[in-house]
Design a protein around this ligand. Structure first.
Ligand code: 5GP
Ligand code: SF4
Ligand code: MG
Length: 460
């Protein structure tokens, strides 16, 4: 998912709409904006792409000086309009809206306790847990309730809460999902990725820190913390590999440059390779293919073209549709690959379906050899923090070694980036283990506890 917030601007709805456009790659299932004018919170939301959900009339009707907004990633918590965020809750103590990116690992546990004490849930999303915890908190005043509720959450969250006169910004203790703070004139802006600031002409101020809690009101910005002690940083490595947009910077590291370095690392790690052209799978692997070409001296070429009007593969719900989706999405440039030994760089192998399709497509277009280079290590473990890498049974690397995967995807050779190469390539400016990256899906070292009732997002 992607979140966006703005405080102190008369065109808050319009700017949120632009912000969501920049974050569209983070979620295509639904989008929403909730605006406050100091008295009332007004939601505008719907299923589908940002362009389908909003129009000028709806945005003009949502007047106010502050807003929070959200684009929804396909699988977390199931579909349906009731799961499209921001979620809005009316109660005697005031109205609240909440927008969340990430997945909580103790949501089930918290939910059971809440239901036992009378809370009724309207959605299947674990985000609603946060609202009930705030309402039920015995602490006072309101800020203490929020802090108390957030301190009970385990897992990944970059979240925004809007009341009629305050915007609250918070990030989990490990900083699993990105969140950045910026300014647009006198207004404060917050976004999952810095590319949203560039689009609206806002200035980047800093990343919201792990465990940080910000209150933004008419009196300005106040900094607080959810937790007492420091925890190891664990930014999702897949944000750099696949999820984030190349023009975004996460913790000061540009995503495009990190991907280029991943490509360079792979070229070094795979040893000498005889090939004629290097090509990347659009869009996520163009940067790394350029890096691979630079390091190996093999020319970069545009061997695959993406039909940009088809959504990401993962949106297609069934395997059959997914397989059909891959074909609709990519086409080979026959002139480039025919008779050539092709290096194909891609970001990750989850089920292996995509890679096999692309290898076949390149061979059908006449490629003499296809050497597959993956800019992440084999994905052997599921993600509990909000990226749907599917169940362990579906992860090909959980049950197959590299040679078996090579055979399954019908490639001539297959190389994965090592975890060490990944850490070097991202080059994050921290001394924490692995440069403060989460790499649990590759290493099995989860930065948080995982509970017996922790469920994967798509199992809800
Ligand atoms: P699969 O191996 O499952 O057929 O497909 C993996 C490809 O799906 C990756 O190369 C990536 O580009 C794309 N993809 C789409 N959504 C996701 C996601 O949420 N996580 C990962 N790791 N890859 C995804
Ligand atoms: Fe990212 Fe993998 Fe960690 Fe999930 S387990 S947060 S996908 S690095
Ligand atoms: Mg891909």
């Amino acid at each position: 998912c992607g979140v966006f917030g703005i405080w102190g601007h008369q065109e808050s709805a319009q700017l949120s709409y632009y912000g969501l456009h920049a974050l569209q790659h983070r979620g295509q299932e639904g989008a929403g904006i909730v605006v406050t004018d100091g008295e009332t919170l007004r939601p505008v939301k719907g299923e589908g792409l940002v362009n389908d959900v909003f129009n000028e009339e709806k945005l003009r009707a949502a007047t106010g000086h502050a807003a929070i907004a959200h684009v929804r990633y396909p699988t977390a918590g199931g579909g349906g309009i009731e799961n499209v965020q921001p979620l809005l809750f009316r109660s005697s103590t005031g109205t609240l809206a909440i927008a969340h990116n990430g997945n909580l690992v103790n949501a089930n546990h918290l939910k059971q306790n809440l239901e036992r004490s009378g809370s009724i849930f309207n959605s299947t999303s674990d985000t609603e847990v946060v609202i009930h915890l705030i309402k039920k908190s015995s602490h006072s005043p309101f800020r203490a309730k929020v802090k108390n509720a957030l301190s009970l959450l385990k897992g990944a969250f970059s979240l925004l809460i809007l009341t009629k006169d305050m915007m609250i910004v918070a990030r989990d203790r490990n900083g699993l999902r990105p969140l950045a703070l910026g300014r647009l004139g006198d207004a404060w802006v917050v976004a999952s990725e810095t590319c949203a600031f560039d689009l609206i002409g806002a200035e980047f101020v800093r990343d919201v820190q792990p465990g940080e809690l910000l209150y933004i009101t008419k009196n300005g910005l106040e900094v607080d913390s959810i937790i007492e002690e420091q925890h190891p940083r664990a930014m999702c490595a897949m944000e750099y590999v696949y999820f984030a947009r190349p023009d975004s910077n996460i913790d000061g590291v540009n995503v495009h440059m990190a991907r280029k370095r991943m490509g360079r690392e792979l070229a070094r790690e795979c040893g000498s390779i005889e090939a004629d052209v290097v090509t990347g799978v659009p869009d996520s692997s163009l940067s790394s293919a350029i890096g691979f070409a630079e390091e190996s001296g093999i020319p970069y070429e545009l061997g695959l073209i993406k039909n940009r009007y088809v959504g990401r593969t993962f949106i297609q719900p069934t395997q059959e549709l997914r397989e059909r989706g891959v074909k609709m999405k990519l086409s080979p440039v026959v002139q480039v690959v025919k008779g050539k030994r092709v290096v194909m760089v891609d970001d990750s192998i989850v089920r292996g379906t995509t890679s096999r399709r692309i290898v076949r497509m390149l061979k059908e277009a006449g490629a003499a050899e296809v050497h597959v280079m993956i800019t992440s290590p084999p994905m052997t473990n599921p993600c509990f923090y909000g990226i749907d890498t599917s169940t362990p049974e579906q992860l090909i690397a959980a049950s197959h070694n590299v040679e078996e995967i090579r055979e399954a995807i019908e490639a001539d050779t297959l190389t994965f980036l090592t975890p060490e190469g990944m850490v070097r390539a991202t080059a994050r400016p921290f001394n924490d283990a692995d440069g403060g990256l989460c790499m649990a899906c590759f290493t099995g070292k989860y930065p948080t506890e995982i509970y017996s009732d922790t469920v994967l997002p798509h199992e809800k």
